[in-house]
Design a protein around this ligand. Structure first.
Ligand code: FCB
Length: 803
C-alpha cells in the first residue's frame, strides 16, 4: 500500500495533488445517431427495439444527441471545471459488423471529440467496450463464442491506431459481470439471453478479450491500461451498520461465495492469473470448464496500470437454507439477497457510503501493486426542475458522503488516483430507459436543453478546491420545517406533496417555513405521504374466453399468496382482470398510487398486462413465467422439469408408447409441460403422440377417446393437469383398459382429488405454497429496494398406483 500524505489545509479535506476529477458517460447511453456515419447495429439497438425489454419502449436512437452536440458538451464540461471525461467508443461505429474493414467516418467522430477535449484541457479516458456489441458478432454467438475476444483485440488495435497519439488512458471492458450475467444470464440487458452456462462462458470470454486487448494496447505503446469492474463489498445485513460484526459460519460462507462470484471472479484472474476455487467449482457444475483453455489465464493476467472501480451500493446477503439460487448469481443456492436498512436512490439501491471506503481499503490490501480510480459513482433521484435550477440535494449529499469515504480510504494509505462521477448528464439508463436520471447535468429529452443541477455546481467547487469542505453543509430537515411551522411532519409532507386535504391556512404557514429555512424536499419527505399504503394488489388476469381453464392451476396459489401477504402485514386488494376494460382499470388503479406493489397471476401468453405493468414504476412480481420476457421478476415452478420427470418415470416403468394430453397452447405453464414431455421422449427416441385439452375433466376424457381411437396400443398417458388425467382415467375404465397394467397415467398439480382417484393418481407436485411464499418475499424485497431476480422452484414427483 502506498502511503499518501494529504494535508488537511484548514477548512478543506484535500485530495492528493494531481487527483483526477471528472465525469463519465457511455456511447449507447448518450450518443444517439444510431443510423448515421456508417454505424452498424449493436445488440442494444436490437434489444431496445424489442417490445417489453426497456421501460417505456425507450431506445438510444436519439439519447442526448451527444454525437451532434459534442462540441457544446465539451464546452459545458470545461465550464464545470472537469479535468477528465470518460467516454466509450461504440464498436459498431468503428467496425459496423464487428470485424473486417474499419469505418473511417466512425473514428472521425471520436477524433473530433478527443481534439475538443484536449483543447479544453480535459483528459480523455477511453473505454473500448461499454456493452454495445455489434449485432453480427452476437449472431455468431456473441460473448459465448471465443472468437469475439479476438475480434475485440483487432478492434482495440484499430481504435488505438487512430487515437493512440493523443489518448493516454485505455479502459478495455466496462463491467464484465453486468455484460455476462445481466445480458446472458438473466436477459435483463442485451442480448437478452437467459442461461447460467452461457453467462459463465461469456464472462470468461470478456476477461479473455480484456487480456488480448491489453496486450495489443501495450504493444502499441499505450501509456496506461485499465479495466473497469463493478465491485461491491459483500456483507451481512448486520455488517452494514457494524462492519466489525462477526458473522455466523453459515453467513460467512454465503458472503464468501457471493464475493467470489461478483468480485473475485474478475479480480483474481486479471491480477493473479487464477480463478478462485469456489468459482471454478460452480462454473464446472453449471457450464463445465471446456471453454477455459490452457494459457487463457496467462493472457488474462496482463499487467495493468489502473483498476477502475464502479461502486454504487453494497451487496447484502445471508445464509438461508432452501433459498433457490439468485438467477443473476448462479451457484448461490441457500443464500438470501436482502436490501440494507438504509435510504435508497430512485433505483432502489441502498445508499451506503462506507461501502466505498471498505472496498477501497480491501482492494488496496489485496492488490497493492495496482493503482485505483473510481470510474463510476453516482445516484438516480427523481429530480424536479424549478425554473432554471434543479435542487438535487440528495445527489449532492450522495457525492459528498462518498467522497468523504474515499478521502478516508486515501488517509488510510489507499492509492486512489481519481474520481469520475456517473454521469455527466441524464441519459439512457439501459433497461430503465430515460426514467432514471443519474446526471449532474439535467437533460430535457424533448428539447435537448442541458441544465447543470445543483450537484454539478457543487462539484465544480469541489474540483476547484481539490477537496471537500471539512464542515458538512447543514441541510434543513423536514423536522426543522415542522418545528418552525408548529405542525406535524406529515402535515409538512402533505403540503409538499400538494395534497388538497390541508387547509389554506396551514399550507401558508408551512410554505413560509420552507422558504425561510431554504428547505428542499428530498425523496423521503415526498414519499411520506405518497408511498406507504401498505396495500398490495393481487391481480388475477384471465384472458381465456370464460372457460376458466386456469382455475385448477391457480386457485391454490392465489389462496396462499393472500395468506402470505396478510402475514407480512399487508392489506390485499384482489382484482380480476378478465376484459380489456377491467385490465385498463387495473392498470390505472395500480399506477395511481393506491398500492405499494402488485402480485400478478397471469396464465396466458396473449396477456398484455405483464408488459404494461413492466412499463410502470410500481414494483411487481409475476406468479408464473410470462410468455414474453419482461423486466418484471417472476416466480415459477419448473413445469418443463416436472413433466420431464413424469415422462422419465413412465420410461423407467418400461412404457414406450407414451401419449400426452396437453393444455391450451396459450397457457404458458401448459406449454412448458408439453416441452418437457416432448424433449424427454425425443431423447429416448420414442414417437410423440399429443392430444390437446383445455385443462378440464371433460376435455381430458375427450382427448383420451381420441388417443385410443388413433393409437389403440398406447401404454401410458401424461396429462398436463390432474383434472384432465382424471377425465382420461374415466375413459380408460369405460373402454376396459386396466390402469396401470395396460395404460399408466400421470397427471400434474397434485390437486386434492388426485389421491382419491381409482387408482390413486401419480402426479407432479408444484409446491404452490412455496411459490406464493417466494413471490411475496420477492415483492417485499423489491419494496425495500433490495436486488430482485426471478426464481424457478423445483417440482416433486408423487408416485401412486396409477403408474
Ligand atoms: C453501471 C453502468 C453505467 C450506468 C450505471 C448506473 O453499471 O456501467 O453505464 O448505467 O451503472
Amino acid at each position: 500500500m502506498t502511503a499518501t500524505t494529504i494535508s488537511a489545509r484548514g477548512e478543506t479535506l484535500s485530495f492528493p495533488d494531481g487527483f483526477v476529477w471528472g465525469a463519465a458517460t457511455a456511447a449507447y447511453q448518450v450518443e444517439g445517431a444510431t443510423r448515421e456515419g456508417g454505424r452498424g447495429v449493436s445488440i442494444w439497438d436490437t434489444f431496445s427495439r424489442t417490445p417489453g425489454r426497456v421501460a417505456g419502449g425507450h431506445t438510444g436512437d436519439v439519447a442526448c444527441d451527444h454525437y451532434h452536440r459534442h462540441a457544446d458538451d465539451v464546452r459545458m464540461m470545461a465550464e464545470l471545471g472537469l479535468g477528465a471525461y470518460r467516454f466509450s467508443v461504440a464498436w459498431p461505429r468503428v467496425q459496423p459488423s464487428g470485424s473486417g474493414p474499419v469505418n473511417a467516418a466512425g473514428l472521425d467522430f471520436y477524433d473530433r471529440l478527443v481534439n475538443e477535449l484536449l483543447a479544453a484541457d480535459i483528459t480523455p479516458y477511453v473505454t473500448l467496450y461499454h456493452w454495445d456489441l455489434p449485432q453480427e458478432l452476437e449472431d455468431r454467438g456473441g460473448w459465448t463464442d471465443r472468437d469475439t475476444a479476438h475480434r475485440f483485440a483487432d478492434y482495440a488495435r484499430a481504435v488505438h491506431d487512430r487515437l493512440g497519439d493523443r489518448v493516454g488512458t485505455w479502459m478495455t471492458i466496462n463491467e464484465p459481470w453486468v455484460a455476462a450475467f445481466l445480458g446472458y444470464g438473466i436477459g435483463a440487458h442485451a442480448p437478452g439471453r437467459a442461461s447460467a452456462a452461457e453467462a459463465f462462458r461469456a464472462s470468461h470470454h470478456l476477461l479473455l478479450a480484456h487480456g488480448l486487448g491489453a496486450r495489443v494496447l501495450r504493444d502499441a505503446g499505450a501509456r496506461e491500461i485499465a479495466l473497469t469492474l463493478n465491485l461491491a463489498p459483500v456483507m451481512t445485513p448486520g455488517q452494514v451498520s457494524d462492519p466489525d460484526l462477526v458473522p455466523s459460519a453459515a453467513d460467512a460462507e454465503a458472503v464468501n461465495r457471493v464475493d467470489c462470484l461478483l468480485n473475485r471472479q474478475f479480480l483474481d484472474p486479471v491480477l493473479r492469473g487464477e480463478y478462485p476455487e469456489p468459482v471454478l467449482a460452480i462454473v464446472d457444475r453449471i457450464a463445465g470448464l471446456g471453454h477455459v483453455l490452457d494459457g487463457d489465464l496467462e493472457t488474462i493476467n496482463q499487467p495493468i496500470d489502473l483498476l477502475g472501480i464502479n461502486y454504487y451500493t453494497p451487496c447484502v446477503v445471508r445464509s438461508e437454507p432452501g433459498e433457490p439460487a439468485n438467477a443473476a448469481y448462479p451457484g448461490t443456492e441457500d443464500v438470501m439477497f436482502s436490501g440494507a436498512h438504509a435510504p435508497t436512490t430512485a433505483m432502489g439501491w441502498p445508499i451506503v457510503p462506507t461501502g466505498l471506503s471498505r472496498l477501497l481499503v480491501r482492494l488496496s490490501r489485496d492488490f497493492p501493486e495496482v493503482g485505483l480510480i473510481v470510474t463510476e459513482n453516482g445516484a438516480a433521484f427523481d429530480d424536479v426542475v424549478t425554473g432554471d435550477r434543479v435542487h438535487d440535494t440528495d445527489r449532492t449529499a450522495f457525492f459528498d458522503n462518498h467522497l468523504r469515504a474515499a478521502h478516508e480510504a486515501i488517509e488510510a494509505g489507499v492509492d486512489l488516483r481519481g474520481f469520475l462521477a456517473w454521469s455527466l448528464m441524464d441519459n439512457f439508463e439501459w433497461a430503465e430507459g430515460y426514467h432514471k436520471r443519474f446526471g449532474i447535468v439535467h437533460v430535457d429529452f424533448e428539447t435537448q436543453r442541458r441544465l447543470p443541477k445543483d450537484s454539478a455546481l457543487w462539484y465544480r467547487e469541489v474540483i476547484r478546491r481539490n477537496g471537500l469542505r471539512r464542515e458538512r453543509a447543514r441541510r434543513p430537515t423536514l423536522e426543522a420545517v415542522a418545528a418552525r411551522a408548529g405542525v406535524s411532519r406529515s402535515t409538512v409532507s402533505r403540503v409538499i406533496n400538494g395534497e388538497s386535504m390541508v387547509s389554506d391556512e396551514f399550507r401558508e404557514i408551512v410554505m413560509k417555513a420552507v422558504a425561510e429555512l431554504g428547505y428542499v424536499p428530498n425523496s423521503a419527505a415526498r414519499s411520506l405521504v405518497t408511498r406507504r399504503t401498505d396495500t398490495v394488489a393481487l391481480v388475477v388476469s384471465d384472458v381465456s374466453d370464460g372457460s376458466h381453464a386456469g382455475d385448477s392451476l391457480f386457485s391454490a396459489t392465489v389462496r396462499s399468496t393472500v395468506r402470505e401477504l396478510e402475514e407480512a402485514g399487508k392489506h390485499v386488494t384482489l382484482m380480476l382482470a378478465d376484459t380489456p376494460r377491467s385490465r385498463q382499470r387495473v392498470e390505472q388503479y395500480v399506477t395511481s398510487g393506491h398500492v405499494d406493489g402488485v402480485v400478478l397471476v397471469s396464465a396466458h401468453g396473449a396477456d398484455t398486462l405483464p408488459g404494461a405493468l413492466a412499463g410502470t414504476s410500481v414494483p411487481a412480481v409475476l406468479l408464473g413465467r410470462p410468455a414474453v420476457a419482461t423486466r418484471t421478476p417472476y416466480v415459477d415452478v419448473d413445469n418443463a422439469g416436472g413433466a420431464a420427470a413424469a415422462v422419465r418415470h413412465l420410461l423407467d416403468r418400461g412404457r414406450s408408447r407414451i401419449a400426452a394430453i396437453s393444455g391450451p397452447p396459450d397457457v404458458t405453464a401448459a406449454q412448458e409441460r408439453l416441452r418437457g414431455y416432448r424433449e424427454t421422449l425425443r431423447e429416448a427416441g420414442h414417437r410423440l403422440i399429443v392430444a390437446v385439452g383445455d385443462l378440464t375433466h371433460a376435455s381430458g376424457a375427450e382427448a383420451m377417446r381420441r388417443l385410443l381411437r388413433d393409437d389403440p396400443g398406447l401404454d401410458a398417458v401424461f396429462a398436463a393437469g390432474d383434472l384432465m388425467a382424471l377425465g382420461a382415467l374415466r375413459v380408460l375404465h369405460e373402454s376396459g383398459r386396466r390402469v396401470p397394467d395396460d395404460v399408466a397415467v400421470v397427471g400434474f398439480d397434485d390437486i386434492e382429488a388426485a389421491c382419491y382417484a381409482v387408482p390413486p393418481l401419480t402426479t407432479v407436485r408444484g409446491l404452490r405454497a412455496e411459490q406464493a411464499r417466494a413471490a411475496v418475499r420477492l415483492l417485499l424485497r423489491h419494496l425495500d429496494g433490495g436486488p430482485v431476480s426471478s426464481a424457478t422452484l423445483p417440482t416433486e414427483l408423487v408416485i401412486r398406483q396409477s403408474t
